[in-house]
Ligand binder design. Sequence first.
Ligand SMILES: [Zn+2]
Length: 442
Amino acid sequence: MEKYWNPVLETLPREQLQQLQLKKFQNILKWSYEHSPFYRSLYKDAGLEPGDIRTLDDIRKVPKTEKSMLREAQGKEPFPYGSILSVPIEQVTEYRQTSGTTGQPVYHPETWQDWEWSAESWAYALYAQGYRDYDRVFLPFGYSVNIAFWAGHYAAEKIGCEVVPGGVLNTEARILKMKEIKATAFMATPTYILGMADVAKKKLGIDLPKDLNIKKITSAGEPGACIPATKKRMEEMWGAKVYDQVGATEIGHWGYECQAQAGLHVLEAFHLVEIEDVETGASITEPGKRGSMVITTFDRFAHPCVRFDSKDIVEWSPIERCECGRTFRLLKGGVVGRADDITKVKGVLLAPTAIEEVVRDIPELGDEYEVVVIKKGDIDDITLKVEISPAFKHDASTVEQKLAQQLRLKTGLRYSLEFHDYGTLPRYDVKAKRFKDLRAKE
Ligand SMILES: [Zn+2]
């Protein structure tokens, strides 16, 4: 039963772990070069042979890839995966695609072995979060062509949990089912974790957390569990531990919080994470500076992911050894933003997650908010819409003052503030769209 606590792997001294990573990197590089027309031509154009990579430092010579390149490659043969496909198409057993929030979706194939790997990688994370064979795990999620929570489902089964799929049910029915069967854990996006608590209390009159038996929640699909104010709100509402979990269709699941909740562990036996300065491209190996994550996935072979520029903004944690005992390195505060999302407003760099941190930290405000940026003449105008809890409506001006002050402090900007009645801003099940930049693109 201790299969997913693997001290040999998870507590390897750093030098040995790095040797393992180098070996695995060389292996996937060679595989990609030999089996994928896309990678072969990328490396030939750069004058690179797989044998050139002999040390971890050499890895920086390998050309990076990014999403636009994947899209272009998938326009080629064989349909629909294109020239990255590195196995005969008959071996593909799983079809996935990205959500397409940033454009044309990217199709993602997996062989059965790749899929086993995906579930296995999640199993290590869930075990680290305390999932055990006695847990009854509910999945309040509509399974679809996207990868979301499929691997979580399989991983919980691998650990031996009892897994209850709540796919086609609506929110009310999902909550009632969790109550009826005394589910001990569930997995969802942070937006939905908050939304469900709201529905349970307001629509079903459930006394949370008392009436339910939830002990732990895995939060994935969006930032949230890594934003302290949002995490606190979720944990208080559900009376449960909430653990952050991150991955992407192209990359696989690569990071997770353990029970120590000390940051996001990188699943280093499965991935190599490098951090690069967004402006200079210089490698960041020490804590204290944020950069864009470049990631390699080791053992997924149908559609290899080698030095993929994920555009996730991350930072190494100063904690050298997590109290859980794992030696996998930690990222401070999880994924703190997306290079794509960081935009300049009034000449100031703004990450939408900073606004969320402020809103969710003010108890008089509801969970939802919306940010709209427009141009008034030559000047950027930024409006923040928030919901005020009914109990504080009479004192909106005090709340407004507090909000304006915190926003100025955390983001360096002034906002037009709009107060809305509780429950009137849009709610999202997945991939919330709370940041709307309506300025004409130059
Ligand atoms: Zn840990």
